[in-house]
Write a protein that binds this ligand. Sequence first.
Ligand code: CA
Length: 251
Amino acid sequence: MADVDVIHEEAEQPQQTILVIEDEKSISQLVRLYLEQAGFRVVSAADGPSGLGLHTREQPALVILDLMLPGLDGWEVCRRIRQQGNTPVLMLTARQTEEDRIQGLDLGADDYVTKPFSPRELVSRVRAILRRATPATTEEPNAVLQYPGLSIYPAARRVEAQGQPVTLTAKEFDLLLLFARTPNTVFTREELLSRIWGYDYLGDSRTVDVHIGTLRKKIEQNPAQPRFIKTLYRVGYLFDPTAAQNGGGDA
Ligand code: CA
């Protein structure tokens, strides 16, 4: 599905994806070049909101994150990535005061590289972080998520509701996966827009309601009384994994 080149040959080991969020094109290209030579698949974004969108869609093994970014700065992007899970973050920045370093690590960044940097060193830091992260994170991203009456297969992007396969659009699937991976967490419409649609759609929060509506029709037994995707009036939406069986109505 992704319009990114992937090497299919010699796939003894699945290729790990690195997300690079950096607005300076020359740096982004340099980092991509070195990472690809090292055998990684690279996806990149040039601003915070689209970086977060890619993080949700691609579930990268690691994020290389510039600090000074248009849209949302690196601190905020790091904070939101942390809300979604434990994807390792390597911060890349021109700043180098002790205070910045500490703030980055406080927000959950795993490492910190200051510009100018050696691309080779960057790659070896990436490898070191991945080695540390591997035991905890490798099998989780594609683990099947199962609830009474709902199964989500992330790797195949397939969903079954009440035992029957349902066809979701790409956005509906991304929404559902984000919800299911961060259960019992309230998302505002604006957060959902920036994570799933990226910055292009900011300001049009009706889009979210429409997609939630169609998603509910496909996965909920009774879309008028949703069990999984709950509405918090004037706040947003959350995913309820306990999904009490009694919401069906016409049994
Ligand atoms: Ca920058």
